[in-house]
Design a binder for this molecule. Structure first.
Ligand SMILES: [Fe+2]
Length: 346
């Protein structure tokens, strides 16, 4: 496995670049906007393909690199379902897996620092965001934080992991890089409490100043969506109602870009082909199934995904590949569902 812990000295943020092998797919957790060039250089140097960028929660102390990484690499942006961010490509809940080639992160919902805080478990290590820090815990006094919820997330979930599990947090202000669950249980001063009430007491008496970047970072981090309007301006978008009408016609090939787990969970539009976004490049090049399908049948490709992000990027890529009738469903299956479009269970 390739595993790199990267540091942003301004916000003391740790970001993690992970891949199963050189030359393979990679994902990054909690990227910082100002460091995007450096991440991409490393991705190139290690011959990786960045396919997912994930945030553990809406950060208040730095602007996320999610949007910039998506724009530069066409990777999929991922956040938890509770994050109030306008649009990401994929949303996950507890029990889901975030997968790339050769690796799967288990998603744990660990609210408390914020109500959109998630942790990600990868075999022997856990990425705890700001829920569990090294010898500390994330503050709970803004962004719908709750010391009570955090106590549950810590004592009910994270501290129940095997003691040797490595802890990789989103921040450290003292220069520590990694800990273990066992070590934190014993030596983290915030965890030496006897009850939830004692923890709530402790957390409500911290009297911390707000992060310097908060007024800038939070609003910026809430607006991560790709400008789907740009795709619409080019005439490559259908709203859900237009899509429903178009699908009555025979000369349309509807293409679902989501992963199998999303299809199983949320259903799919009847009659759609499944061609996951991860395989898009191969599928739309000459000889690829979508390219050949479009050319052989003259059918118009209509892409869709969860929220319209992946499909908007797919339209652009398909157009670039010469598939000039390609379009997508603006807002994805979320918009389709809202317009009462039919869905098949899978
Ligand atoms: Fe945070």
């Amino acid at each position: 496995m390739i595993f790199r812990q990267l540091f942003d000295g301004v916000s003391s943020t740790y970001s993690y670049l992970i891949a199963s092998r050189r030359g393979g797919e990679a994902l990054i957790i909690d990227p910082v906007l100002e460091k995007v060039d450096r991440y991409l250089q490393l991705v190139r140097e290690l011959d990786l393909k960045l396919v997912k960028a994930v945030d553990t929660h809406i950060h208040a102390d730095h602007i996320t690199g999610l949007g910039a990484l998506r724009d530069r690499t066409h990777c999929v942006t991922v956040m938890g379902e509770n994050a109030r961010v306008d649009v990401v490509s994929m949303r996950v809940v507890e029990g889901d897996k975030i997968t790339i080639e050769g690796l799967a992160l288990d998603v744990l919902y660990t609210p408390g620092h914020t109500d959109d805080s998630y942790s990600f478990l990868l075999s022997d290590r856990v990425f705890t965001g700001d829920t569990l820090l090294i010898r500390g815990t994330g503050r709970t006094d803004f962004q719908n934080g709750s010391a009570r919820d955090q106590y549950e997330s810590l004592f009910g979930k994270l501290l129940r992991l095997p003691e040797e599990t490595l802890v990789f947090p989103a921040h450290d202000y003292k220069g520590d890089t990694v800990s273990t669950i066992g070590e934190e249980k014993r030596y983290n001063p915030r965890l030496q409490v006897k009850s939830v009430d004692e923890y709530v007491d402790l957390m409500s008496n911290l009297n911390l100043p707000n992060p310097k970047m908060m007024d800038v970072a939070v609003p910026a981090n809430l607006r991560q969506g790709l400008a789907q309007d740009e795709v619409a301006r080019k005439g490559w978008a259908l709203n859900a109602v237009e899509a429903m009408a178009l699908l009555q016609e025979k000369n349309v090939a509807l293409v679902d870009l989501r992963e199998q787990s999303e299809r199983s969970k949320h259903g799919a539009i009847p009659g759609s082909l499944h061609a996951p976004y991860a395989d898009l490049e191969d599928n739309i090049r000459r000889g690829g199934i979508l390219y050949e399908l479009a050319c052989a049948t003259g059918k118009r490709l209509v892409f869709y995904c969860a929220f319209g992000e992946r499909s908007a990027m797919a339209v652009q890529a398909a157009q670039d590949a010469g598939l000039t009738s390609a379009c997508h469903i603006h807002g994805g299956i979320a918009a389709w569902r809202q317009a009462q479009g039919a869905l098949l269970p899978h």
